[in-house]
Structure formats: structure tokens, C-alpha cells
Design a protein around this ligand. Structure first.
Ligand code: HSE
Length: 313
């Protein structure tokens, strides 16, 4: 009864510019942790949620019906739980409303920990629908582009029409992701509601070409083709005005030789892909562009094959 398991789930880059709602990549070195232990009372309880500063979170709910992690954990427990309940503690490592898949990381870490505590009734990939249940509560829509890479690691193609099946894309060798998180917030659910519902044939054809070309470029390890195709002509133009440093950071990325640069998820975070040896310089340049506008920021450099959810001590 006293056993506690703790799972880590990484942050992630949603959309990856080309694949709105259907392509995501895990980030190394930043994520949420969820600790789970058995309790007598059946069901799922949230004992506490701690923020980035280690203090009790001022507004993330411990009501199991209103917490991304517990909603996901409860969906799993409802199917595979026994007569004991599970109590979870959530330790946020991913900033909220950052475009880094914060709610997805909590939902994934919770399902991974609870699955382990229940004796691993499911292989990791089968946890996806449960983690999605939690993510859907937070983001107001069904999209797996944060949950799938956070759970499975690497770069994952995960369109709704294939779920729960997903496809791992080859991570091109020698390419890293840079993620810059400006100290701004964008609410994903609001950002999603504001998107246009109809697009022209020209926009659709152009974006389709970029997506297909980018996937082919990843498979072939063709960096020139990645550079020609890592573009978003549909969603980015509608969202960039919500991120006051967008143009400056993107220009810095272009000047620094980025293969491409766009919003991470709904922003405000921005990502760039770049050849490995140039990644930390690029991160510095993008940060400087952000700070020059008086906006504090933080950055991470990650391989494109970062690990997904796993147990930690
Ligand atoms: N695909 C989602 C969106 C990701 O762009 O709304 C949110 O992080």
C-alpha cells in the first residue's frame, strides 16, 4: 500500500509548423512529474499540485474532475483499477499556457505512473487515449500532437483520423530543436476558437506540399528540403500577433541559419530546427531578440529523438 511510483513526461512542440494538430516532437530536459501511491478509498485523488517554484500551485485545481492529470488517471483507473484508489501529486516543470504541451505532460505523466502502480496492464502506446482524455479537458479540442510525443518520445505523426494509431517519423540525424519560451501566456482553448474555419484551395495545396515535403525530408535526412518545407502558411499568420516578440525572434532564427522557425503549439513559445553544432548559439540569438523587447525568456536545446514518458526516482 505504501509503494509510490513517479513518472516524468516531457514537454513537446505541437504542430511543428507543417502539421497542425497532427505532428509533434518531444523536448529533452523539461517536463512534469507525477507521483502516485495507493490509498484505501477507491478512485483518484489529487493530494497536491506544485508549481515551478516548488510551492503549492495557486490555481491549478486538486478537484479530480477539474485537473488534467487526474482526469487522465481516472479514465485509466475506471478501466483497470481495482478496489484500491490512487492518490497523485503533480509537480509542474512545464510553464502553463506556454505552447510547450504543459497539460499534456501532466496527463501523460499521470497515466504512466498510474499504469505502473496498477501492475502495467497496458503497454505504453495504449495509454494514449487515456492521456488524451485529460488533455482534451484543458485544450478544448481533440489533438494528440502534444500527448503522443510526450508519451512516446521523438517525432510523432498523430492525426485524429488514425488515432489511437500513431506513426513515428525518423528524426533526421544532426538536427536539433531550439525552444524559446517568452514570459507571455497564450490560452490554447481561446487560440483554437479564434482560428478561421474555412481556407482556400491555394492555402490547402501549399500547406499540404510543405507537410509532405517535410516528412519526405525527414525520411531522407535532406536538410535542404527541410529548409524549403518547414513552413506554416495557415495557422502561424493567424496566431503570431498574440506573441509580441514573434517577428523579432523569427528574424533572429533566420539570421542564425535556422532550417525553419515557427510557433510551438499555439505559442507563445517558438521553436527552430538547426544543425546540431549551431543550436546553442541560435538559442542565445533568439533569446537576445526576445529580451531586447523587454520580454524575459528561457530556452532549451533538444535532439529530435528525445525520450518520452518514463519512471524516475
Ligand atoms: N495543435 C494544438 C494547437 C497544439 O495548435 O492548437 C496546442 O499546444
Amino acid at each position: 500500500m505504501s509503494e509510490t511510483v513517479t513518472a516524468f513526461a516531457p514537454a513537446s512542440i505541437g504542430n511543428v509548423a507543417v502539421g497542425f494538430d497532427m505532428l509533434g516532437v518531444a523536448l529533452a530536459g523539461v517536463g512534469d512529474r507525477v507521483a502516485a501511491c495507493r490509498v484505501e478509498e477507491p478512485g483518484i485523488r489529487v493530494a497536491e499540485v506544485r508549481g515551478l517554484d516548488g510551492e503549492l500551485h495557486p490555481y491549478l485545481s486538486t478537484d479530480p474532475e477539474h485537473n488534467t492529470a487526474s482526469i487522465a488517471a481516472k479514465a485509466l483507473w475506471n478501466d483497470y483499477g481495482d478496489r484500491y484508489g490512487v492518490e497523485i501529486k503533480v509537480y509542474k516543470g512545464v510553464p502553463l499556457q506556454s505552447g510547450m504541451g504543459s497539460s499534456a505532460a501532466s496527463a501523460v505523466a499521470a497515466t504512466f505512473a498510474v499504469n505502473q502502480l496498477l501492475g502495467t496492464p497496458l503497454p505504453t502506446e495504449n495509454l494514449l487515449p487515456y492521456a488524451l482524455a485529460g488533455e482534451q479537458y484543458a485544450s478544448g479540442g481533440l489533438h494528440a500532437d502534444n500527448v503522443a510525443p510526450s508519451l512516446l518520445g521523438g517525432m510523432i505523426f498523430c492525426p485524429n483520423v488514425l488515432l489511437p494509431e500513431t506513426v513515428r517519423l525518423p528524426a533526421p540525424e544532426g538536427v536539433s530543436a531550439v525552444l524559446v519560451h517568452p514570459e507571455l501566456q497564450v490560452n490554447t482553448a481561446h487560440a483554437r476558437r479564434k482560428l478561421a474555419k474555412a481556407y482556400t484551395m491555394e492555402q490547402w495545396l501549399e500547406q499540404q506540399a510543405y507537410f509532405g515535403g517535410f516528412v519526405a525530408a525527414c525520411a531522407a535526412g535532406d536538410i535542404d528540403l527541410m529548409r524549403k518545407t518547414l513552413k506554416d502558411v495557415i495557422i502561424e499568420p493567424q496566431r503570431k500577433s498574440a506573441v509580441s516578440c514573434f517577428d523579432a525572434v523569427k528574424q533572429a532564427a533566420d539570421r542564425g541559419g535556422a532550417i525553419g522557425c515557427s510557433l510551438s503549439g499555439s505559442g507563445p513559445s517558438m521553436f527552430a530546427l538547426i544543425e546540431d553544432g549551431r543550436a546553442s548559439n541560435l538559442a542565445t540569438s533568439m533569446e537576445q531578440a526576445c529580451r531586447a523587447l523587454g520580454i524575459d525568456c528561457q530556452s532549451w536545446v533538444s535532439p529530435l529523438d528525445a525520450p518520452g514518458a518514463h519512471l524516475v526516482d
